[in-house]
Write a protein that binds this ligand. Structure first.
Ligand SMILES: [Zn+2]
Length: 503
């Protein structure tokens, strides 16, 4: 669990990653009760301190995943040529019929992968059908607690299916498929709001740094009164509000069709934006949308791997940073981007900013990407004391092995972290001063046992969800033609990469 290691610890011999320097320089780190007390050279070990010899490593703050889904763990590798809308159509198949034990298991898979690849905290939008439950959310939180990560876990909710949310999609289905998708109808929103209120009232994980949040999944999949009810609950409890906004072009067009203005302008009009608000993806946002998020102190969660995998488009990282919006970086769920590797997410974030134009002044730098994946994400999660190795911060520290092949030779630390590292150099991971990964071994979870349990669950769920798989295969041709045809319609926004008039 993310409880702190008691007493003093002194880390000696490591090189400390510092974006202000090209190469990490040696520094010692003194930790007391899981919190960093001092960083510098020549620090003395207090009597009785545990001393850690970290020679030949680079240390950096744990990476922070601004957007993932615990329910995705058991569903990785299921789709190939899937758009976002095909993924949503497949959801009852790849995520259906989960027992309570599966709800914990799927999150354990996600948490184990994240921590083994140098990520120490995550924002998890967790889905249960037909509505969230206290037991289900508790199982997800327990998975993070046992692995030893910090997390924000938000019940992900809606009261409209995709067939109800996208104008014309239901009508495009033949009658027998219309009848079939009507059975997938979600709970009325007052029941779901009551379920969220119950979850928040009984949340027992705050002391473990596993906090709750509320995630109305996609604005137009939720009635306006439902969105406002979610925001009211989040604000009563002082917790985050997180939603997918402008992820696909179909969503952006739906926003205009439904509300006569952009999704962000609509949500702003409802009073949903604020410092506690995170918009995931944000690909199909215009500058006015970005400024609204900036002016209300909100955050964006950039998920470049998922955005490419689902063919959604390319987020304008340079423009968002120039306008002064807080940006975190995420992997998104394993059900749509397969792995949970924050090093890969950083690499993609850098490259996606570079592939959009040959003009390097419109690109994001490795320092900016690294900042987004640490302090930018920390702010999106609402944590003030993670994302940096500095006095007063929690001792969430990743040790990279400088003998690993990606560090031969070690020229430019942050550049190699963003562009060369793939997680294979992660030697130790410390959370709250306590080793969760040591010598590349996860100490808090038995991985071979997890693999056996996951295989048994996979086999059982495959049989249970066979009918839903067949339904998906009948829906697939309709969704795969309707949505791209809709996305071919023009969406008139100016998307400057960097050369627009100033803020
Ligand atoms: Zn997502």
């Amino acid at each position: 669990m993310a409880r702190s290691e008691p007493g003093f610890t002194l880390i000696r011999g490591a090189r400390l990653a510092d974006p202000a320097r090209r190469r990490a320089e040696p520094a010692e780190v003194l930790i007391e009760d899981g919190v960093i007390r001092a960083v510098g050279n020549g620090l003395a070990a207090p009597p009785g301190a545990r001393e850690i010899d970290a020679a030949n490593t680079v240390i950096h703050p744990g990476l922070i995943n601004a957007h993932t889904h615990g329910h995705g763990g058991l569903a990785r590798g299921q789709g190939d040529k899937w758009t976002l809308e095909l993924l949503l159509a497949a959801a009852p198949w790849i995520g259906g019929n989960r027992a309570l034990a599966d709800k914990k298991l799927t999150t354990q898979i996600v948490a184990a992968e994240m921590v083994l690849k140098g990520c120490t905290a995550a924002y998890d939008l967790y889905y249960e059908f037909p509505l969230p439950t206290r037991e289900g959310m508790d199982a997800a939180a327990e998975a993070y607690a046992e692995v030893g990560m910090r997390a924000v876990v938000a019940p992900m909710v809606a009261d409209r299916t995709m067939y109800e949310a996208i104008p014309g999609l239901h009508d495009a289905l033949p009658a027998e498929l219309q009848a079939a998708v009507e059975k997938l109808r979600l709970a009325p929103y007052d029941k779901t709001l009551a379920a969220i209120a119950d979850i928040l009232r009984h949340w027992r994980w705050a002391g473990e740094d596993i906090r709750a949040a509320v995630a109305p999944t996609i604005p137009h999949h939720c009635d306006d009164a439902f969105m406002c009810g979610c925001a009211k609950l989040a604000r009563e409890h002082g917790i985050g509000l997180h939603t997918h906004v402008g992820e696909s072009k179909v969503q952006a067009l739906t926003g205009i069709k439904r509300y006569g203005r952009t999704l962000v302008a609509h949500m702003d009009g409802l009073g949903l934006l604020g410092p506690d608000f995170t918009a995931a993806h944000a690909i199909w946002l215009d500058d006015d949308d970005l400024k609204r998020v900036r002016d209300t102190g909100g955050s964006l969660a950039h998920n470049p791997g998922s955005n490419m995998r689902l063919g959604n488009g390319l987020f304008r990282l340079r423009r968002a940073l120039d306008l002064g919006v807080n940006v975190g970086i995420g992997t998104d769920g394993a059900n749509c981007s397969d792995n949970q590797n924050m090093f890969e997410a950083m690499r993609y974030a850098s490259m996606v900013s570079k592939v959009q134009t040959p003009d390097p002044k419109c690109w994001a730098s490795v320092e900016e990407v690294y900042h987004a994946a640490t302090q930018g994400s920390a702010r999106a999660l609402g944590f003030r004391d993670i994302g940096a190795i500095a006095p007063g911060m929690k001792a969430d520290i990743v040790f990279l092995d400088l003998d690993a092949v990606t560090w031969i030779p070690h020229n430019w630390t942050v550049n190699q972290m963003v562009h060369a590292e793939d997680g294979s150099s992660v030697k130790h991971v410390m959370i709250g001063g306590r080793f969760v990964v040591q010598d590349r071994k996860l100490l808090t979870l038995d991985l071979p046992k997890l693999a056996r349990e996951a295989e048994a669950a996979r086999e059982r769920l495959e049989a249970l969800n066979a009918g839903m798989r067949d339904l998906f295969h009948r829906l697939e041709p309709v969704v795969a033609s309707f949505c791209p045809a809709m996305a071919a319609q023009p969406y008139h926004i100016r998307q400057y990469l960097c050369d627009a008039p100033g803020p």
